[in-house]
Design a binder for this molecule. Structure first.
Ligand SMILES: [Zn+2]
Length: 273
């Protein structure tokens, strides 16, 4: 047995599972841990996207991990091969095993990316504000029901495909628990108008959003990357919500962006192929 980490606490439950060729043992333990000390780290807003997996209000962004897209061609080829083979023949079994292995690889690559990225952000920030996307609801509405099939099923399932592929909800879940362990927290805000409001003068107009990637305020002419603008607005909305609810959380301040579209970019998380 290879032990990934030491087992602390009182063992309550052991689960044995198998994925492909490998067996896994999960141990559930019970342990008293002190409440984390509320953190003094800065806050950030995050906009989720398709072209960019996420854009932070500090100007950085992370490219999407289209592990599925990249590997799905390979998967499709194998599946075509499987269809041509005689069922339960030796070659059929070989191809079947390769397909199972590839599915595992896709899942592993995605999990690895989401864990590393959420760890990086949770370590750096105390308050993280994201859009309340209700990802699961979006997915359900495009499928519809048997009696009432969803409208624009094709278009929506295209977007959902990539949302699900990139695991937004999984990402939020990772962020939430990693932050809470460190004394930080995740705030979800209503995404209404976050892509149309000017972060400098506050003017809200659908004309502000020129294209998928460009934002230009029709009133004050502030210009910037649309995802970056949305991240700033999400950040602001998070602060407004926290300051308004007056539940004892500290009042938070933030700086307004400069009129520049040369935002710093970095890619500290290298997806493993
Ligand atoms: Zn403006």
């Amino acid at each position: 047995m290879i032990k990934g980490r030491d087992i602390d606490g009182i063992m309550k439950n052991v689960t044995v599972s198998r994925r492909g060729k490998h067996w896994y043992i999960s141990v559930q333990v019970e342990q008293e841990i002190p409440d984390p000390i509320p953190t003094q780290k800065p806050s950030v807003g995050i906009d989720m996207g398709v072209a960019r997996f996420c854009t932070l209000s500090d100007g950085s962004f992370y490219t999407p991990l289209n592990s599925f897209k990249r590997l799905s061609k390979k998967l499709a080829r194998l599946q075509r091969g499987l269809a041509r083979k005689v069922k339960f023949s030796e070659n059929w079994k070989k191809t079947k095993a390769r397909i199972t292995k590839l599915h595992e690889k896709i899942a592993d690559v995605r999990r690895d990316y989401l864990h590393k990225l959420s760890r990086l952000i949770a370590d750096k920030y105390g308050l993280v504000v994201v859009e309340d996307l209700r990802v699961s609801n979006m997915s359900a509405s495009s499928r519809g029901t048997l009696e009432r099939p969803g409208r624009n099923v094709k278009a929506k399932s295209g977007l959902n495909r990539s949302i699900l592929d990139q695991g937004w909800s999984e990402f939020f879940r990772h962020l939430e628990y990693k932050l809470s362990w460190l004394g930080g927290w995740l705030e979800k805000v209503n995404p209404r108008n976050t892509s149309r409001t000017c972060p400098v003068c506050g003017h809200t107009d659908k004309e502000n959003r020129r294209s998928q990637s460009r934002f230009r305020c029709v009133k004050c002419l502030f210009e910037g990357n649309a995802d970056y603008v949305a991240a700033i607005n999400i950040h602001t909305a998070g602060h407004a919500g926290i300051n308004a609810c007056g539940d004892g959380r500290p009042s938070l301040k933030q700086e307004l962006p400069g009129n520049s579209d040369t935002v710093p970019t970095f890619f500290p998380v290298t997806p493993t192929a």
